[in-house]
Structure formats: structure tokens, C-alpha cells
Design a protein around this ligand. Structure first.
Ligand SMILES: NC(=O)C1=CN([C@@H]2O[C@H](COP(=O)(O)OP(=O)(O)OC[C@H]3O[C@@H](n4cnc5c(N)ncnc54)[C@H](O)[C@@H]3O)[C@@H](O)[C@H]2O)C=CC1
Ligand SMILES: Nc1nc(O)c(N)c(N[C@@H]2O[C@H](COP(=O)(O)O)[C@@H](O)[C@H]2O)n1
Length: 266
């Protein structure tokens, strides 16, 4: 798997700015007690697919939008994915921009793993990169009793840790609880990258007050049926879920769509 460095995407930055957390958020310890800024960001095909199939890592972004995503990673305190993504993609979850000079510029990887399914080892990308100081040690959010002792020690050795939450009846964490926990841990901004279950569960949150901005890379490809798709369950009243304050920017062959969520009656 290629782990090349990526060029800093100078021209992408001005149009992204309105959708990003203020740069002072990360560094200011005094701006206390507000929910972390949440940016929902992912790459999709023309038929709303994130990947060809549930267990398949699929490249959608071209080089220009990929650099943009890696810039986004530097602009957030944390980057969050579901455990299936961690298991099947073995992601790095760091920023590989050629301008990175210190670990402070890297986001904290956060993995939602309520059942302790992610069997990471020292060979897992995110662990290896943390050991090499090319990324921060991951925080794994799980439920009490699902953590592993040896894995906890491994996390500790690379600067990561387990965090604990209770799940609701659906076996998932409440997003408000996840953000509350991250706020307690001093996280002021988080980019949620996926996968499908994470994104779809976030998009059906009542009134969608948790997502501050949405940045989606749309690649000029259809993946066909059977893929992991972004398609949230419609809520009572058949509301459309739409974006407002929308902007579109071409990035090579891809388009990057930015906006903020609002709901509208059909
Ligand atoms: N194109 C893109 O930008 C991205 C693509 N992907 C792709 O998505 C696929 C994986 O997506 P999915 O199978 O939908 O899995 P997922 O990555 O969303 O993980 C699902 C698991 O995360 C946990 N989870 C999710 N929401 C939770 C919540 N609210 N509370 C507690 N735990 C929660 C659960 O254990 C659940 O089984 C992979 O094929 C991956 O390659 C993943 C990220 C981005
Ligand atoms: N922006 C974007 N474009 C794609 O084409 C993708 N497949 C993804 N996937 C997400 O990025 C993670 C991989 O990150 P690393 O390159 O390993 O750091 C993957 O796990 C998905 O979250 N994203």
C-alpha cells in the first residue's frame, strides 16, 4: 500500500475555510464547555457508495482531493471511524502532507468499537505509525469488559488508550455521549470519516444539531450494487435531509461538496 507524502493543497484552502473549525479552537484551553466541532467527511461514488463491498477498501479520491482530505486531517483534533473500517481498511488515519513537521499537527485517531471487535496488533498501521511518531496513539471507545488487557498495554505504549461508554438498546453509543466524552478529553474538533454505519447513524440524529459541516468528495465512478452506501433511514414525517450554504469545487477529476445540514419537509 502506497504511503507517499502528499503536496500541500494551497488552492483548496480558501473555499474550505467557512466549513472548518476556527483554527484557534484546537489551541485555546479557555474556550471550554462546548460540543466539539464535527465535520462529516467521506468520499463517495456517483451511486452513493463508500466501497465496493463491506470488507473491501476502495480508492475513490484522486490525488488532489486526497491532499485536501489530508489537509482536513491537520485541521481537526481528532479523526473518527467505525471499527469495521479499522478492521477492513487497516487505515493510517494520519496526515501525510509534505508540510507536516510535528506530531502536534496530527489528528488523534478514534475508533468506535463497542464490542471490542478490532483485534489490533503492533503491525496495525495506526499503531505502527504512532510507535514511529508519525501519528498519535489511537483512542478506542468501547464498553466496560470488552477491552483487552494486552491491547490496553499496547495502546498505552504508543500514547493511546481505551475510553468507555455504555451502549443504548440498539447496541450503539449515543452520538451526544461520544461528543460529550471527547469534550471531556479536551477534543475541540473531530472529523468523522466513516464508514457507512457511522455516517448513516449520525445523519439520523434528531434535528441534526451535532454535525457542523459536511465535506464530501464525489468521484466520477459508479461502484454498482452490493457496496456500502450512505443512505440514512428516513425519519418520521418523511423529511428530506438537505444541505444549505453549499459550495462545489473541482479537485482534479473529483468534485468536493461542502455544506451544512438542514431538514426540509418533502
Ligand atoms: N470512501 C470513504 O470515504 C470511506 C469508506 N469506508 C468504507 O466503509 C466500509 C465500512 O463501513 P461499515 O461496514 O458501514 O462499518 P463502519 O466503519 O461504519 O463500522 C461499523 C461499526 O462501528 C461501530 N459503530 C458505528 N456506529 C456506532 C455508534 N453510533 N455507536 C457505537 N458503535 C458504532 C459498530 O461496532 C459497527 O459495527 C469499509 O468498506 C470502508 O472501506 C470507510 C470510511 C470512509
Ligand atoms: N477521502 C477518502 N477517499 C477514499 O477514496 C477513501 N477510500 C477514503 N477512505 C477513508 O480513509 C481511510 C484510509 O486512510 P489512510 O489513507 O489509510 O490514512 C479509510 O479507512 C477511510 O476512513 N477516504
Amino acid at each position: 500500500m502506497s504511503r507517499e507524502t502528499l503536496p500541500f493543497p494551497h488552492s483548496s484552502i480558501p473555499p474550505l475555510k467557512p466549513y472548518l473549525p476556527p483554527s484557534s479552537l484546537s489551541s485555546s484551553p479557555s474556550s471550554s464547555h462546548s460540543k466539539p466541532h464535527l465535520t462529516l467527511t467521506y468520499a463517495t461514488s456517483l451511486d452513493a457508495a463508500l466501497s465496493l463491498a463491506p470488507g473491501v477498501r476502495t480508492t475513490l479520491s484522486g490525488p488532489y482531493s486526497k491532499s485536501m482530505t489530508h489537509y482536513l486531517r491537520t485541521r481537526h483534533d481528532a479523526i473518527l471511524v467505525g471499527c469495521t473500517t479499522a478492521i477492513v481498511d487497516n487505515p493510517a488515519l494520519n496526515s501525510r502532507l509534505d508540510t507536516i513537521t510535528s506530531l502536534d499537527q496530527q489528528p488523534r485517531p478514534i475508533i468506535l468499537d463497542p464490542k471490542g471487535r478490532w483485534e489490533f496488533t503492533e503491525d496495525s498501521q495506526v499503531i505502527r505509525l504512532a510507535a514511529e511518531f508519525k501519528g498519535k496513539g489511537p483512542w478506542v471507545i468501547t464498553t466496560r469488559g470488552k477491552e483487552g488487557k494486552e491491547r490496553g498495554e499496547l495502546l498505552g505504549r504508543v500514547g493511546g488508550k481505551y475510553l468507555f461508554l455504555e451502549v443504548g438498546e440498539n447496541g450503539r453509543f449515543k452520538w451526544g455521549d461520544v461528543l460529550g466524552l471527547l469534550e471531556e478529553e479536551g477534543v475541540k474538533s473531530v472529523m468523522v470519516e466513516g464508514g457507512g454505519e457511522v455516517i448513516n447513524s449520525l445523519l439520523v440524529e434528531p434535528e441534526n444539531k451535532l454535525v457542523d459541516s459536511v465535506i464530501v468528495t464525489i468521484a466520477p465512478a459508479w461502484l454498482g450494487q452490493g457496496g456500502v452506501v450512505v443512505s440514512p433511514v428516513r425519519t418520521e414525517g418523511q423529511e428530506q435531509l438537505r444541505l444549505k450554504d453549499v459550495s462545489w469545487q473541482p479537485h482534479g477529476e473529483d468534485v468536493v461538496l461542502c455544506g451544512r445540514i438542514f431538514t426540509q419537509l418533502s
